[in-house]
Design a protein around this ligand. Structure first.
Ligand code: GLA
Length: 402
């Protein structure tokens, strides 16, 4: 899919208006949705995200003064910070400051940047607007030094994998959110027409052909529980791993537990349910990938059997998130139930952390385009507000625009 020129031009114009000089480099990075493999990344499991069409563009140049500065078209007020700013204070430019600090380890110059940001990645919907900002900032800071980005380490280019790791470090160590590695890897490494099969224990990633329409449905619900509930789930997974290690001391991460081990350990609930989700979900990712690879090169995932198989995996993932991981919401369940058994629709599930946010519906792009109107109308009748919907297909990851 092509990048709307408006993104690059808009960020250059914003930069020049804010600082009175032209940017030295521009880079962009996309938001993401995860096809399958939810709450597995911080458990050392597997995930399968795609980059979406919405992106964040970052323009950058060395600062003319002593401070670093950032302005954003979408986030309102701009910020300024000095070289002693080493911990987040809850501002939107924390993501920029953290990413710039991290980028130094890859060859970016130390403190002193002017930055402008333009984005059409919806914020607060669980589509990784923060990862897109971090990845685009790291890429822009490297582009400014004349460095190239590459999928593999070739003659002096910076591997995109390192960009993802630095961006993830900014989120965890600077901003202070203990998320898994999926979002930054998806934003940095995804390829057009492909999903990214990422092994979160080793951070090894492979592109898997995926040519099917994806309808994103944002339930536009408040996500007040998100951070506390996410941290509680992480703690429950750690507790599950500790108990399982009494039965198998060699177990390194929860996602590597086998169903037999779970049965033998008979973990008490709720940690038993959480572990069951993580282990089964990792298995579902593998099966999903196997089906996509078998269908590679054939339009629409090849055959009815393949589409049905991946649909069943999507629906099973949602049930597991709803019942065992308990991170769904009534609106998300409604969307998924509304989509089952429709011609041209393979399956649906919540995507991202949950507790509100977005669901994805996978199927024939034309069918999904028509279905989205009907879905929006009936959603509004049931919930008293319209959802936001976007029809997407796998797009490309981070790139240097100039
Ligand atoms: C959030 C986190 C991701 C991942 C998902 C759940 O989006 O940022 O790292 O843990 O939740 O799969």
């Amino acid at each position: 899919m092509s990048v709307p020129a408006g993104g690059r031009e808009a960020v250059e114009a914003l930069f020049t208006a804010a600082y009175g000089h032209r940017p030295a480099a521009v880079a962009s990075a996309p938001g993401r949705v995860n096809l399958i493999g939810e709450h597995t990344d911080y458990n050392g499991g597997e995930v399968l995200p795609i980059a979406i069409a919405q992106r964040t563009w970052v323009a950058i140049a060395p600062a003319r003064g002593h401070a670093s500065r950032a302005v954003s078209r979408e986030r309102g007020e701009g910020g300024e910070w000095g070289s002693a700013y080493t911990r987040a204070t809850g501002t939107w430019w924390d993501y920029v400051a953290g990413a710039l600090r991290g980028a130094e380890s890859l060859g970016a110059r130390p403190h002193g940047h002017d930055v402008a940001v333009v984005s059409d990645v919806p914020m607060g919907a669980g589509l990784s607007s923060s990862a897109a900002l971090e990845v685009a900032t790291v890429a822009a800071a490297l582009a400014m030094e004349g460095l190239r980005l590459a999928r593999t380490a070739d003659d002096g280019a910076i591997p995109l994998r390192d960009v993802a790791l630095v961006a993830h470090g900014a989120e965890c160590d600077f901003v202070g959110v203990a998320c898994g590695i999926m979002d930054q890897f998806a934003s940095a490494l995804c390829e057009d027409g492909h999903a990214l099969h990422l092994h979160c224990d080793t951070a090894q990633a492979r592109s898997i052909p995926f040519r099917r329409g994806v309808l994103i449905v944002d339930t536009v619900s408040p996500r007040a529980l998100l951070h506390s509930a996410f941290n509680t789930r992480r703690a429950e997974c750690t507790a599950a791993l500790e108990i399982l290690r009494q039965f198998d001391p060699a177990l390194d991460v929860l996602a590597h537990a086998t169903p037999e081990l779970l049965e033998r350990a008979a973990l008490p609930d709720p940690v038993g349910k959480r572990a069951r989700h993580v282990v089964a979900e990792t298995q579902r990712v593998r099966e999903f990938v196997r089906h996509c690879e078998a269908a590679a090169g054939r339009p629409g995932l090849g055959s009815d059997e393949t589409r049905e198989a991946i649909g069943l995996l999507l629906n099973a993932s949602h049930r597991s998130l709803r019942d065992d991981y308990e991170c769904s919401s009534p609106e998300l369940d409604w969307v998924v139930e509304h989509c089952v058994a429709r011609i041209g629709i393979d399956g649906a599930r919540l995507t991202g952390a949950g507790w509100g946010g977005c669901a994805i519906v996978v199927g024939d792009a034309k069918v999904l385009g028509e279905f989205s109107h009907e879905l929006a109308e009936t959603f509004e009748l049931s919930w008293g507000r319209p959802p936001r919907t976007w029809l997407t297909s796998p797009d490309g990851g981070a790139r240097i625009e100039r």
